[in-house]
Design a protein around this ligand. Structure first.
Ligand code: SF4
Ligand code: SF4
Length: 302
């Protein structure tokens, strides 16, 4: 589909508004760079803990707690309360890595929309990875208590305190690369280039995800992000969400043509015509695109 007609990523007013809220969040989440005190604010977004961050993403906190043999009640409560209320709205409006993906989406390339089945398969792969990260973190925590902590630290190496962070492209972008630059690792020396395999694996993962995002909008959010996977499972049943009025809807499909997450809205309505999708990030593009007044709207779904 040529760029002019690419409805999923064209920078509309609403999308620019979301860029603003996401950019503001990125700024506020990193206020410690200006010597503001770090807070203990935990949110369901991809915001890793850094020396300059004021808050942290719930999945990162969950990983740290599990590897420390603590039951992650607090991050779980945040997932359930926010996800249960507003679904994945934080993905659409406040996530720093969502911002990066939306900006990449504005680059004029021909976008591709996978089939609903392929999107589901991709999400199942992400669910599998999420479960693996949780099990590995819990295993590390159990070894710290019941096994030999020294051997566990040696055995798991970089993965010992938060297995997900080591491979997360979000950590690579917002922590690893800035640290590398701050501590004089940039420009790269020959030693640095060949020095650390893990560093280059991280960079490669980030580049591959950004490259695919050029063609499939929000690739990471759709398929891989553990925060999005968990929030999607909970948010599918959120109190506030998208609903369709079947009397006013003419089945024109415009709402689906603009959805950056590729949600097949009309195929995923429940008996009360509420959208039940794990992918919906509440961006509201579908609502704004609809020309039939009241056919699709944001509602409290009791
Ligand atoms: S799914 Fe996307 S928007 Fe949501 S937390 Fe993950 S990276 Fe951020
Ligand atoms: S279904 Fe609507 S609100 Fe949800 S992601 Fe798609 S366009 Fe955005």
């Amino acid at each position: 589909m040529p760029w002019e007609k690419n409805l999923r990523t064209r920078p509309t007013k609403l999308r620019l508004l979301r860029i603003f809220t996401q950019g503001l969040s990125l700024f506020l989440f990193n206020l410690a760079i200006f010597n503001f005190a770090q807070t203990w604010l935990i949110l369901p977004v991809e915001a890793p803990q850094t020396p300059w961050s004021t808050s942290e993403g719930a999945f990162y906190v969950m990983q740290h707690m599990l590897t420390s043999a603590l039951i992650p009640f607090l991050p779980l409560a945040i997932f359930f309360i926010i996800g249960g209320l507003v679904g994945r709205a934080f993905c659409g409006w406040f996530c720093p890595f969502g911002l990066v993906q939306d900006l990449v989406g504005f680059i004029p390339t021909e976008k591709y929309e996978p089939t609903e089945e392929s999107n589901k398969d991709g999400r199942h792969f992400g669910e599998f990875l999420t479960v693996v990260f949780i099990i590995v973190a819990a295993f590390i925590g159990s070894q710290m208590i019941f096994g030999d902590p020294e051997k566990t630290i040696q055995g798991f190496g970089d993965f010992v305190s938060d297995p997900y962070s080591v491979l997360s492209p979000v950590v690579t972008l917002f922590l690893t690369i800035p640290l590398y630059i701050i501590h004089g690792g940039w420009p790269l020396s020959i030693d640095a280039i060949f020095g650390r395999l893990l560093f280059w694996i991280k960079i490669l993962i980030l580049l591959i995800i950004i490259f695919i995002t050029l063609y499939i909008p929000r690739t990471y959010c759709r398929y891989l992000c553990p925060t999005g996977i968990i929030m999607g499972r909970i948010g599918k049943h959120s109190l506030i969400g998208i609903s369709v009025d079947p009397i006013k809807c003419t089945d024109c499909g415009k709402c689906e043509d603009v959805c950056p997450m590729g949600v097949r809205i009309l195929n995923n309505l429940d008996d009360a015509n509420h959208l039940r999708s794990e992918a919906c990030i509440m961006c509201m593009d579908c609502v704004v695109s609809c020309e039939e007044d009241g056919a699709i709207s944001l509602k409290i779904r009791l």
